[in-house]
Design a protein around this ligand. Structure first.
Ligand code: ZN
Ligand code: ZN
Length: 397
């Protein structure tokens, strides 16, 4: 009896050892997998000459980039409130994907007669054809806004054009290094067709890590600019936000952009909280803008400093002296706790109150003087676009 108990115990210990050994092996293999999978997407840390230039930036203090206004990423003491928001029951993804207008290589072969065409590819990715130059903003072309293919915000509508069918790009412009704006695979895929990458200070370190030659990267502080052929200027303008791809925060700069051509001007807002004085200065120095591409989604009550609300988007549009507002950063990735359609509904109400003209393209639908359709009243779209009982069939109107 004693012998069999002892035998049983030694067998249990053996099983436990095998289990623990397997667990340790699984953890080790997973760590190795993570190391190799994240090695590129996480990017790198600025060093050498780049770091020296960063340290000389007026926006860099005590080892990190800072906003002009005091800024909390999350309001202090609001963790529980945020958790409760996270637990909310809003419908955060559309009941069906947004309707997409698919494009192919032929779509872009014909240049816009007016010199201006804007094609929203989803989230903050816009193909802007501006006075002869072709510019792509914040390309995130993959299935997820994430460094890993199986976790993180998943795309809610298909990409309207394949990477292969995108036209040759005179410039890729980046607003900041968050995953929903700067994507390793997209940058690597675009490299063969992109002449230059124009980015806020510090972000070049990620691009170089991903194989972009240093002589094709232009890194700018706020109010610095880069010239493209045809007298097109890309000016890095302020934004109120933050940066970081992993543990380190704020080691690269964030920006909004003024795309200034001889005939047309576009404002691309990137990600930002409210900073009325800076937006007003952008308008005074570089406006008026034919179109403003401004984020309307991903806001939350406990992080008001770093993400504007739809109502503030209308205010930003007015401050920078925009003519037509095009909403960005909604409908493509679910990144916050509001209902998926809350941004567009609130934007439409605020724009009506502020008498601000909106153009709300479908993903892939071209916009501009030659394509006035998204400005015109639109027929109700497919049935079933309802959220929390609200009939949204007319929301493109
Ligand atoms: Zn961001
Ligand atoms: Zn974002």
């Amino acid at each position: 009896m004693v012998l069999s108990l002892r035998k049983q115990r030694s067998r249990s210990i053996k099983v436990l050892k095998i289990l623990l050994g397997s667990l340790a092996l699984a953890v080790l293999l997973f760590t190795v997998y993570l190391f190799f999978s994240l090695r590129l997407p996480l990017g790198a840390d600025p060093a050498g000459n780049r770091l020296r230039r960063i340290k000389a930036s007026p926006n860099y203090q005590n080892g990190r980039f800072v906003n002009t206004l005091p800024t909390d990423i999350m309001q202090p003491g609001t963790t529980w409130k945020t958790v409760l928001m996270w637990l909310g029951s809003e419908r955060r993804v559309p009941p069906a994907p947004l309707p997409v207008v698919f494009q192919n290589a032929r779509s872009f072969a014909q240049k816009p007669a007016s010199g201006l065409r804007i094609t929203w590819l989803g989230h903050a990715t816009f193909l802007v054809e501006l006075d002869g130059q072709v510019i792509l903003t914040d390309p995130v072309l993959g299935e997820r806004a994430s460094p890993l293919p199986w976790i993180g915000a998943k795309r809610l509508h298909p990409l309207p054009v394949s990477l292969a069918d995108l036209p040759p790009l005179d410039a890729v412009v980046i607003s900041h290094d968050h995953y929903d704006h700067l994507d390793c695979d997209s940058i690597r895929g675009l490299l063969p067709k992109t002449k230059r990458f124009i980015v806020p200070l510090g972000i070049g370190v990620h691009l170089e890590r991903w194989g972009v030659p240093a002589d094709r990267i232009v890194e700018l502080n706020w109010w610095e600019e880069s010239s493209l052929p045809g007298q097109v200027r890309l000016v890095a303008t302020p934004a109120r936000h933050y940066s970081g791809r992993f543990l380190k925060r704020d080691n690269t700069l964030w920006a909004s952009w003024a795309l200034v051509g001889p005939k047309h001007r576009i404002y691309f807002g990137g990600d930002s909280g409210m900073s009325a004085g800076e937006f007003k200065t952008i308008g005074e120095k570089l406006g008026p803008f034919d179109y403003t591409l401004i984020k309307i989604g991903a806001y939350g009550q406990t992080w008001p400093d770093i993400h504007i609300t739809p109502e503030e988007a209308v205010l930003v549009h007015s401050l920078v002296q925009g003519k037509v507002l095009v909403p960005a950063h909604w409908g493509t990735f679910n990144l916050a706790f509001h209902a998926w359609d809350d941004p567009i509904k609130r934007l439409q109400a605020a724009a009506r109150r502020g008498k601000v003209p909106l153009a709300i393209p479908k993903p892939g639908e071209p916009l501009g003087p030659d394509n006035p359709s998204p400005l015109a009243p639109r027929k109700a779209i497919e049935r079933g676009y309802t959220s929390d009982g609200t009939d949204l069939r007319g929301f493109y109107r």
